[in-house]
Design a binder for this molecule. Structure first.
Ligand code: ARG
Length: 403
């Protein structure tokens, strides 16, 4: 009896070829697992393909709820946005896929897991670091990194073994999609001077073709988690899907990012992330009214660290655990609602409210009802400016420093 390997199977050319290749090269029995993280597809067709390519079992796992509850929402609470642009859709899905590979490997008594990543990207790092952390005894095989075949060679390999070549093979783009967004690479996009052609986008309308009237939407949060749209309670998956349609319909959520990969390469990445864009924006708007200045400043630093560790494949690290605990604690009073205006490719926060709002009209107003104690201002300035005054007396200062 050959040993078993559990392969993360997408239904694409590479992972289809990998099924056969793992049998030929390592004499392994292949169990294909496809993880549904909201990449709308016909999963029964994917299952069929895996079996046709020679898998002894083809499993599909609906992981949408787990993805939202344990990956997307914690990242949203942290305001995680890699290099200020990328909401981390692909990066967040990899540790979950790794976890499922490990679970299935245990259930099936497999000795190895495999994935279809190449040797140039971040995903190989994320999956392997995660599998190693969860199950150090499992072997990890990366066929597409090992076999060194060009796309043409993979196609002829597929044909030789009667593996159906997916019809999408003539698409010039490499795409990854889930609930939190979609990434598009390759083809003309590899020239950072070239504007992305309209045909790369599927989740967002061209702003030239969006409605001539704005839409308003009110998003309600409880402790940093979005729970309502226009006052109606929704589960996380449906809420994200709904916002994706709504914001995408107004052309909101397109990102053109000149990105720094973990493996040292600069790459040009196009993303569409309508739901992530508006949720990050509204979440931050609510934090602005419920957190103190110091909490906000510190949280920005945490957000950068948090985004980096997700991007860099360190989901199962202790640092993540510690930061997540901080982030969760920071959300105690991040409850309330934010009103958003969507129009011609832009989204703008136009209102925010919270039962825990730190905004006091009586302190901010210039109208009547002002309760700010102006008489205390001179004393405050006296003490605030004390070190500056002292230093200026002893070490005379100038407006413009001369050489
Ligand atoms: N650059 C993004 C990231 O590293 C997107 C990667 C897309 N992955 C893929 N296999 N197409 O997260």
């Amino acid at each position: 009896m050959p040993d078993k390997v559990v392969l993360a199977y997408s239904g694409g050319l590479d992972t289809s070829v990998a099924i056969r290749w793992l049998q030929e090269k390592y004499n392994l029995e292949v169990i294909a697992v496809t993880v549904d993280v909201g990449n709308e597809r016909d999963f029964s067709l994917v299952q069929q393909k895996a079996c046709n390519a020679g898998a002894t079992k083809a499993l599909v796992q609906d992981a949408k709820k787990a993805f939202v509850d344990h990956f997307i929402f914690p990242a949203l609470k942290a305001d995680a946005l890699y290099e200020g642009h990328y909401p981390l859709a692909t990066a967040l899905s990899r540790p979950l896929i790794a976890q499922i590979l490990v679970d299935v490997a245990r259930a099936e008594k497999a000795t190895a897991v495999a994935h279809g990543c190449t040797g140039k990207g971040n995903d190989q790092v994320r999956i392997e670091v995660s599998v190693n952390a969860l199950a150090p005894d499992l072997k990890v095989i990366a066929p597409a990194r090992e076999w060194d075949m060009t796309r043409e060679e993979s196609i002829s390999y597929a044909q030789r073994f009667n593996i159906p070549v997916p019809t999408t093979v003539d698409s010039p783009y490499s795409i990854d999609e889930n609930l939190w967004g979609r990434s598009i690479e390759c083809g003309v996009l590899e020239d950072p001077w070239v504007e992305p052609p309209e045909d790369v986008f599927t989740l967002t309308k061209s702003p030239a073709k969006t409605p001539d009237k704005p839409s308003y939407v009110e998003i309600g949060f409880e402790q940093g988690v979005p729970v309502t749209i226009d006052g109606k309670k929704m589960d996380g998956v449906s809420l994200i899907q709904r916002l994706s349609k709504l914001a995408g319909g107004h052309g909101v959520g397109r990102v053109d990012h000149l990105e720094n990969r973990l493996v040292g390469i600069k790459s040009r990445e196009i993303y569409e992330a309508p739901a992530a864009t508006v949720l990050l924006q509204t979440h931050q708007a609510l934090e602005a009214i419920t957190l103190s200045k110091e909490q906000l400043r510190f949280k920005q630093k945490v957000a950068t660290e948090y985004a980096d560790l997700i991007y860099n494949g360190l989901w199962f690290s202790s640092l993540h655990r510690d930061l997540a605990a901080y982030v969760k604690s920071s959300q105690r009073y991040v409850s309330g609602a934010v009103r958003l205006k969507l129009f011609k490719g832009s989204s703008a926060v136009v209102g925010r409210k919270s039962p825990f709002s730190l905004y006091r009209h009586s302190l901010a107003t210039y109208d009547k009802g002002d309760e700010f104690d102006r008489k205390a201002a001179p004393g405050f300035i006296q003490i605030w400016g004390l070190p500056v005054r002292t230093q200026a007396e002893i070490q005379p200062t100038k407006l413009v420093e001369e050489d």
